[in-house]
Design a protein around this ligand. Structure first.
Ligand SMILES: Nc1ncnc2c1ncn2[C@@H]1O[C@H](COP(=O)(O)OP(=O)(O)O)[C@@H](O)[C@H]1O
Ligand SMILES: Cc1ncc(COP(=O)(O)O)c(N)n1
Length: 456
């Protein structure tokens, strides 16, 4: 090694390439630059031929500067000359001359068309609509209108489920498009249903409709995710399923930025994954602390302990965002403490449930451990400066397994503005007395327990 080491360039990476032909949204909520982010998140190298620059924010479109058809042609030719473009997503495209360029250069491509007739604020994003229908639609392999666009393209007013299927079939037959997807974001009901119809039949996918304000870009994200998944699998049905699944979290975690309709949160899932990795690392650090501290066994009750640790509280939605040790934290006969790896998310333990309830009450909490009940331990927590609260388990109504932790937190939050960090009960028939201790982060958890153990 040493000076003889050299960079192994043979290991250079490759990625499939997808193209977006779209407008630029200066507010980065929809349009081509959002498509590039979707491609990136889904493992595709995105390239972008730009049709128009919109002066746009969450408040809407103020102006449009159309790129000449000659320059659009230059861009697409330049990209096709160099990259192996496996599929093309098309969003905003404005003039008849631009349609002709696309027809000339991309008629053989796997073209996924998002017919963005109007932006959310009502601004037309396609000027020469009749020419668009004649020139662009017949070369599309897939088209993905929302119900308003589907009505305009098919001439059938799409309101009920049966209208969707009729419009789907009519668009398919009129323009000879292999796969027509009608998106249900603008319809009503508890579920947002999307339909795809092709030669083989009609497929319907429904996800819970999220009561969301910040939905700018849903259509761009769906069509680009579809294109990316098609590039990876070459399977239209699978791409439809995966794209639909992909848009749900970005809508759920929509960004409340700007004064209008905020953008959807494209990178939320990779962000959550990287937060989960940090959680795993911190759990490992905790395990080392617990196994190496000679007095740690003092804290472990008969039922054994566990530590629940979550990603940042504002990102927590359910138990899947909270980790625990699958094998708990165990005190052996010889007082040795063993941490039962692995770290798992979504395990419905008491500690995870209680942490979730505390987080959902708005506390800035990410760690919770259950600790053996002992007067001395409670007193030591007080001495360190933590607020404590005693719960009388006799007051608990009968509500079956799995509800106790939620009940405890409901009960406390009825009495306290801020949920105390130390919550204990002296047990009841068949239930061991227990202390539950939460902190804002792992740093604080380890420091507090270290100090506590020095006092015992
Ligand atoms: N409030 C919502 N809850 C869940 N899914 C939604 C919601 N709004 C839109 N979607 C989904 O987002 C995708 C884009 O749909 P839509 O909003 O109809 O498109 P567009 O942005 O073109 O108007 C579809 O898969 C649709 O089901
Ligand atoms: C450049 C550009 N392309 C597409 C849309 C549609 O997006 P939405 O339907 O979310 O407004 C947009 N507003 N701007």
């Amino acid at each position: 090694m040493g000076s003889s080491w050299k960079y192994e360039s043979e290991k250079a990476m490759i990625k499939p390439v997808g193209m977006t032909v779209a407008g630029l949204d200066t507010g980065n909520g929809a349009g081509g630059e959002t498509d590039l982010r979707v491609f990136e998140v889904l493992g595709i190298h995105g390239v972008f031929a730009i049709t128009a620059i919109t002066a746009q924010s969450t408040k809407g479109i103020k102006d449009i500067n159309v790129v000449s058809s000659e320059f659009l042609k230059k861009q697409i030719e330049t990209l096709l000359d160099d990259f192996n473009v496996e599929a093309v997503k098309m969003g905003m495209i404005y003039t008849k001359e631009q349609f002709q360029v696309v027809n000339e250069l991309l008629h053989d491509s796997f073209l996924v068309v998002d017919p963005v007739l109007y932006a959310k604020d009502g601004t037309p994003l396609i000027k020469d609509v009749e020419d668009y229908k004649k020139i662009i639609l017949p070369i599309a392999k897939v088209i993905a209108p929302n119900i308003i666009e589907a009505s305009a393209i098919s001439g059938i007013k799409v309101e009920k489920e049966s209208d969707v299927v009729i419009a789907c079939k009519k668009i398919r037959e009129t323009y000879n498009i292999a796969h027509v997807i009608i998106k249900g974001g603008h319809s009503k009901g508890d579920f947002s249903f999307d339909y795809m119809c092709n030669e083989e039949g009609v497929y319907k996918i429904g996800y819970h409709r999220i009561q969301a304000k910040d939905t700018h870009g849903t259509g761009s994200v769906f069509a680009t995710a579809f294109t990316a998944e098609y590039i990876k699998t070459k399977d239209v049905k699978l791409a439809f399923r995966k794209a639909r699944d992909f848009v749900q979290s970005p809508i759920e975690y929509g960004l409340n930025i700007g004064k209008g309709v905020g953008p959807v949160n494209v990178s939320i899932e990779i962000m959550k994954k990287s937060m989960k990795y940090e959680v795993v690392e911190e759990m490992r650090r905790f395990a080392e602390f617990a196994e190496n501290n000679e007095k740690f066994w003092i804290l472990i009750p008969e039922v054994q302990s566990n530590l629940a640790h979550s990603i940042k509280p504002e990102y927590v939605r359910d138990l899947n965002d909270i980790a625990t040790f699958r094998g708990r934290i165990i005190r052996r006969w010889d007082k040795k403490v063993i941490v039962g790896h692995p770290v798992v998310f979504g395990n419905p333990t008491h500690t995870a449930r209680m942490l979730l309830s505390i987080i959902l009450k708005g506390m800035n909490s990410t760690c919770l451990m259950n600790i053996r009940y002992d007067d001395k331990i409670v007193e030591s927590f007080k001495e360190i400066g933590y607020e404590t609260v005693e719960i009388n388990r006799e007051l608990e109504p009968s509500h079956g397994e799995g509800k106790t932790m939620q009940w405890i937190i409901e009960y406390i939050s009825g009495e306290y503005v801020r949920i105390p960090n130390v919550i204990y009960d002296k047990g009841t028939k068949g239930k061991e007395a227990m202390i539950r201790f939460w902190t804002k982060n792992m740093e604080e958890m380890i420091e507090a327990l270290d100090n506590l153990l020095k006092m015992l």
